[in-house]
Write a protein that binds this ligand. Structure first.
Ligand code: AHR
Length: 657
């Protein structure tokens, strides 16, 4: 039976456009529900995380004090001396008998007590404090002389004190002291002062301020709004820690997971490679505290139901930088790090590394199932190292799927060299990266149609449409970019037998401290918004389905109409995803073959806007966001008109309103 839709009023605009464009020809789309294809990996749509654009420090890691441990090469970077005219005092960064060897510097403050004297920290591009929040202040103090009294103050941009509290009666030796501050007003340009109000001398370290309400209310945890945005994606996996940050510009600056676990004070600071990578976007105050380290990564994965996908350095520094290589006969510590990470994640409490996980509060294993060897490497040097990693890892842990990589481009000579080699090696899954302009994505929706289903699988591990050019600081997160990615994702979904995972990159951008654009989610010190790209990712992820359904069109060569379909085995819904990249409405006759007889209920979720250049912003966070409308009852065939410049997800099933 063929039913005509009763189009709800929100779709009136589409009909009006259709009337204005009588030439628009209806596309016939046939979905063959009777012949399901490949099973879709439950972890198909995931998240790429990297500490770029202040993604971790100054971002997801909720610490509000920058350079809290005086370990930046300029140890007072980020700190301002507070010394009113009557004050008499001295600041000195020292290293004798530090708090921990991993954290070798601290600040000695001496005051004559004539007026409050000390230091002020404006955080990562100013502190955003809310009157509805409480802030946990902590500090390591070692009294040296006198009877020191310290005052912690939250100060507004206009200099007024929002709240303050005192610490005194310090015991001998290093000891951590805490207090809670409750700002009387919200202020998005605040800072933290730590002042000595009496005559005396103290040593200070690990000066820290966190909101009380972090993600899951964990003390010293993650920013709740940012973690929630990740959870809202319902991601299949979380890739961590990157990205080029895995590699380091030189090997000595590579990401080493073992240095990111245990007490935060024992995690050594490292310069962030994005501190100096782009001369046009220098960020001299960008360092990695590793407060968000590998334990927190596994914990976040567990929280949001994502499979952990750690990516490890394979003995190669970034080939866009030094390209430094660990000699093959010295690779063993790198491989051992990978083996030990598996034990840290999955080993019993009685194992060396499993015990460290348990000591951090997680005796149960994290159930890690995959691991990446290298990020964006290329050449025979990569293959030589991958082979050694794969031999050792597969011998001991055949259960772990290994992600190898195909370099930084989806089709250049580096890619052409690596793929055949990885195929010969029977690699499990190959990480492809693609940053290109929107036309590339629209033109490559059939990229995977002819990949060998018996060869290595594909992980589309980094991709994003670039509105201007790759790494151009002018790139914007426009609707056009989101539609280009969504069109491409229909191709990934149709080829789910080959493409097993995909993730947009990068993830976060701090609007006041970014190095790279576009990004999936933008934040400042108190706000957050998802881009149109975020909502496209979310529509695919939350409508993943379990099995691919064949879709055929009577206009397969269309350059503006892209479709894929899946079935959700639990709800029995058929889920059709369509991108109409034309500025005209696209009428379609939909045929659902092989569905049970009788009426089905349908709903449409539509991502569109008036203009393909439209973006979201802090002021208009949902200018381009999905809207769901009920379509009512349909049968085995019905007509539907897709909005101009839209991504539409149609869910058709027995129980849907
Ligand atoms: O996503 C930003 C960067 O792009 C990643 O760090 C790197 O892998 C790629 O070149």
């Amino acid at each position: 039976m063929k039913l005509k839709l009763s189009i709800v009023s929100t779709l009136g605009a589409a009909l009006a456009l259709l009337a204005a464009n009588p030439a628009a020809r209806a596309t016939t789309l046939t979905i063959d529900a009777g012949h399901p294809g490949a099973a879709i990996n439950p972890a198909m749509w995931g998240i790429f995380f990297e500490d770029i654009n202040f993604g971790a420090d100054g971002g997801l890691y909720a610490e509000m004090v920058k350079n809290r441990s005086f370990e930046f090469p300029d140890p007072l970077m980020g700190w301002i001396k507070i010394s009113p005219s009557l004050a008499r005092g001295e600041l000195a960064v020292r290293g004798e008998d530090p708090l921990t060897p991993a954290n070798p510097h601290y600040l000695r403050v001496h005051s004559e007590g004539s007026a409050p004297f000390g230091i002020s920290n404006p955080g990562f591009r100013r502190m955003g404090v809310s009157q509805d929040e409480s802030y946990n202040f902590s500090i390591e103090v070692r009294p040296v002389a006198g009877a020191p009294v310290l005052e912690a103050q939250l100060v507004a941009a206009d200099g007024s004190v929002l709240d303050s509290a005192r610490l005194e009666g310090f015991a001998a030796g290093w000891k951590r002291y805490t207090l809670v501050l409750h700002p009387k007003e919200s202020d998005w340009g605040a800072r933290l002062n730590v002042l000595m109000t009496t005559k005396g001398t103290v040593d200070l370290d690990m000066v820290s301020l966190f909101p009380e309400h972090t993600w899951k209310n964990r003390p010293g945890g993650l920013r709740a709004d940012m973690a929630q945005m990740l959870a809202d994606l319902k991601p299949g996996f979380l890739r961590f820690p990157g990205g080029c940050i895995v590699e380091g510009s030189i090997l000595d600056r590579r990401y080493q997971w073992k240095k990111t676990i245990g007490p935060v004070g024992d995690r050594s600071l490292l310069i962030n490679r994005w501190n100096y990578e782009f001369v046009h976007r220098p960020t001299p105050d960008y360092f990695q505290s590793f407060g968000l380290g590998f334990f927190e990564f596994f914990q976040l994965c567990e929280d949001i139901g994502a499979q952990p996908l750690p990516i490890l350095n394979c003995g190669m520094a970034c080939q866009f930088n030094s390209g430094e290589l660990c000699p093959l006969d010295q690779l063993e510590p790198y491989i051992q790090d990978a083996l030990d990470l598996i034990e840290f994640a999955n080993g019993p409490e009685t194992s060396v590394w499993g015990a460290k996980r348990a000591a951090m509060g997680h005796p149960q294993p994290f159930q890690m199932k995959m691991m990446g060897v290298g990020n964006e490497q290329w050449g025979p040097q990569y293959i030589e190292r991958y082979v050694r990693f794969a031999a050792a890892l597969k011998a001991k842990h055949p259960e772990i799927m290994l992600v190898s990589d195909a370099g930084p481009s989806p089709d250049d000579e580096r890619f052409q060299f690596l793929w055949p080699k990885l195929r010969e090696l029977h690699a499990d899954i190959v990480d492809e990266h693609c940053y290109a302009n929107p036309p590339w994505f629209f033109n490559n929706t059939h990229r995977y149609d002819n990949y060998d289903p018996n060869g290595p699988k594909v992980f589309m591990g980094e991709y994003a449409a670039q509105s201007v050019d790759v790494v151009s600081p002018k790139n914007r997160n426009t609707l056009e970019c989101a539609l280009a990615e969504a069109a491409y994702m229909t191709g990934l979904e149709r080829n789910a037998a080959v493409v097993r995972m995909a993730s947009y990159a990068p993830l976060f951008g701090n609007a006041e401290a970014w190095q790279w654009t576009p990004n999936l989610i933008w934040v400042d010190n108190h706000r957050i918004y998802g881009t149109p790209d975020y909502y496209a990712q979310q529509l695919f992820s939350r409508n993943r389905g379990d099995v691919v359904l064949p879709v055929s069109s009577d206009d397969p060569a269309s350059t503006s109409f892209f479709a894929s379909a899946v079935r959700d085995n639990q709800t029995k819904d058929i889920i059709l995803k369509v991108v109409n990249a034309s500025s005209q409405a696209a009428p379609a006759a939909l045929h659902l073959n092989g569905i049970p007889p009788g009426a089905q209920k349908a709903q449409a979720t539509i991502l569109t806007s008036d203009n393909t250049a439209d973006e979201n912003s802090f002021d208009q966070p949902r200018k381009v966001a999905p809207v769901t409308v009920s379509i009512g009852e349909v049968g085995g065939g019905f007509d539907y008109t897709f909005r101009p410049n839209s991504l539409t997800v149609l869910r058709i099933g027995p129980g849907r309103e």
